[in-house]
Write a protein that binds this ligand. Structure first.
Ligand code: HC1
Ligand code: SF4
Length: 575
């Protein structure tokens, strides 16, 4: 099928809109509300205006490119004086209703509205004092996400991702006309909202309307307080989170150096705690399988835990009681590590860097505190960590890679590394469960049957030891999680062990990653491959073979699920 765009013949495909056809041939049409990655093209922002003339017609019409279908013989004009003028006016109108504190905005330099303003050639805003926009609500009540409706352009991407990708539907459009904005159904605090703090809405927001709660000041306070000992940890997926922006596939070493340069006293690795969680959770799952208690769900993903507490309290007894790696490490830092290094735990502050917004509210769970003092004191998303680097004048890409050197909580196996991607927790658990049952290693550490990428995947694994084969399931994204839970409750599914990650893709695409313009889940396949590569390159591939883990048990914890392990590394949930 053929048509003309700006006088040039182009071929297009069935189902193309003017925007998708133009994009394919490299013809730029600005767009704001549209996001192809989530199949969202509501035509509300109206900056993608073009003129078109259908075959056999003489007059042109102005249409929105994102939701107007291509047609044989159509002529499209994207840069006529009329269109340029209309796009400019439309952008001015958007800005007239937009809080323009661009210099201090979290999206400064990475804002899609700024890009469009540049494209249309706006050099001055006629409506620089947007009184209506400034009167819209700014919601800072959440522990993880802030919502500034003065910067909302009503593109509805957040509404779409929450409803269609996550299946939560926590957001809705409220009011009419100039008062239109996005609201959280119920309220973000107090457990009344359906929101689980996964942050996927933040990842698709084109402006600074949605953001993580900024805790960088708290970290700077701790770093520069001479009485405080700062203990930093960072998650499996954080080291691959800079891949597409810095061109470094694995920035582990640079992150360590950056933290030391900032004045971090101790830098430890969440990967180590991932190995530890496998020991605890693996032991628990094997126990459940022997007892015939099924299924057991993983519990390391806080968005998923929030989801279960809000929607399916009946299955809470089936969630593994193991704390997440972030929380296990916080708990051990303020006990074992403090004891070993002779540091008063009251002087310690544990600071996590996570690819996740929900980790910010996980650390505030009262059951993850000792005598009211949280085990983890601050959680920074990768975006805040990048901001902290800027605030401290550190260029990550320019640093020589450092290494972890803590003798007490350090070292990780390949199994710990793959926690950061969907299926990784399950694969790590299978490696160790097989050993726990049989006293020998699984013949091939790479359980490739678990590595595909469908939102729900299943496998049956022979675990030996006279036990029946076990049925495993992995799901990522809460829409898939809901399907699995409903299937379990209705009897359609019969699984022994189920891994759930709230974010589609797992932590490599968590709601705390760097944001990319016009893209959702940018670089995810590459990040995933890098985590599997890290695993493949480790000499030790199984959590139970990590010598520091073995030492931790012999020196302090005793056995997995011992009384001390239970006290420090397990938790409970509330409905
Ligand atoms: Fe995750 Fe986890 S894998 S939850 O996704 O269990 O955030 O990366 O840190 O705690 O290890 C996140 C990642 C992370 C925990 C681990
Ligand atoms: Fe929906 Fe997740 Fe955003 Fe909450 S954080 S509104 S659940 S997408």
């Amino acid at each position: 099928m053929e048509a003309l765009i700006n006088g040039k013949p182009i071929a297009f495909e069935a189902g193309d809109t003017i925007l998708t056809a133009a994009r394919r041939v490299g013809c730029y049409i600005p767009s704001l509300c549209e996001l192809a990655d989530i199949d969202h093209a509501p035509g509300t922002c109206r900056v993608c205006l073009v003129e078109e003339r259908r075959a056999g017609q003489t007059a042109t019409h102005v249409v929105t490119a994102c939701n107007t279908p291509m047609e044989e013989g159509i002529e499209v004009f994207t840069r006529t004086p009329k269109i340029r003028e209309m796009q400019k006016l439309q952008t001015e109108l958007l800005l007239a209703d937009h809080d323009q504190d661009c210099a201090t905005c979290v999206r400064h330099g990475n804002c899609e509205l700024q890009d469009v303003a540049q494209f249309v050639g706006l050099q001055q805003s006629r409506f620089a004092n947007p009184i209506w926009a400034k009167s819209r609500p700014v919601d800072r009540s959440s522990l993880s996400i802030t919502r500034d409706m003065g910067k909302c352009i009503r593109c509805q991407r957040c509404v779409a991702v929450c409803r269609d990708v996550q299946g939560i539907d926590a957001l809705s459009i409220t009011e009419r006309g100039i008062g239109t904005c996005v609201e959280i159904r119920g309220t973000l605090v107090g457990g009344e909202s359906e929101c689980v703090s996964c942050g996927q809405c933040v990842m698709v927001c084109p402006t600074g309307a949605l953001a993580e709660r900024d805790d960088t000041d708290r970290v700077i306070d701790h770093l520069y307080d001479p009485d405080i000992v700062t203990v930093f940890q960072f998650a499996p997926a954080v080291r691959v989170g800079f891949a597409d922006s810095l061109g470094i596939d694995n920035a582990e070493g640079q992150i360590i150096t950056a933290l030391r340069k900032m004045g971090a006293d101790i830098v430890i690795d969440t990967n180590f705690a991932a190995d530890l969680v496998i020991m605890e959770e693996g032991t628990e799952v094997v126990r459940h399988i022997r007892q015939g208690k099924r299924p057991t769900f993983t519990s390391c993903c806080p968005g998923w835990v929030n989801f279960v507490e809000k929607n399916y309290p009946d299955i809470l007894p089936h969630l593994s009681s193991a704390r997440s790696p972030q929380q296990c490490l916080g708990s051990l830092a303020k006990t074992y590590l403090a004891e070993k290094m002779e540091i008063d735990p009251a002087r310690m502050r544990v600071i996590s860097i996570m690819p996740c917004t929900a980790k910010k509210d996980e650390m505030n769970r009262p059951q993850l505190a000792k005598n009211g003092v949280p085990d983890v004191d601050v959680v920074l998303t990768i975006r805040e960590f990048a901001r902290l680097l800027r605030r401290e004048g550190i260029d990550l890409a320019a640093l020589e890679p450092g290494t972890f050197d803590n003798p007490h909580l350090g070292g990780y196996s390949g199994a710990g590394a793959i926690f950061g991607t969907t299926g990784g927790v399950m694969e790590a658990a299978v490696r160790s469960a097989y050993f726990l049952i049989n006293g020998k290693e699984l013949p091939n550490a790479e359980v490739t049957a678990l590595r595909s990428f469908e939102n729900i995947r299943t496998a049956t694994v022979a675990v030996g030891g006279g036990l029946p084969d076990v049925n495993l399931a992995i799901c990522h994204g809460l829409k898939a999680a809901r399907d699995v839970v409903e299937g379990v409750l209705s009897g359609k599914y019969d699984f022994d062990f189920i891994e759930v990650m709230a974010c589609p893709g797992g932590c490599v695409t968590g709601g705390g990653h760097l944001r990319h313009k016009k893209a959702y889940q940018a670089g995810a396949p590459k990040k995933r491959v890098t985590l599997f590569d890290i695993d493949a390159q480790r000499v030790i591939r199984q959590s139970h073979n990590n010598p520091q883990i073995q030492h931790l048990y012999s020196d302090y914890l005793g056995e997995p699920m011992s009384e001390r392990a239970h006290h420090l590394l397990h938790t409970w949930y509330t409905d």
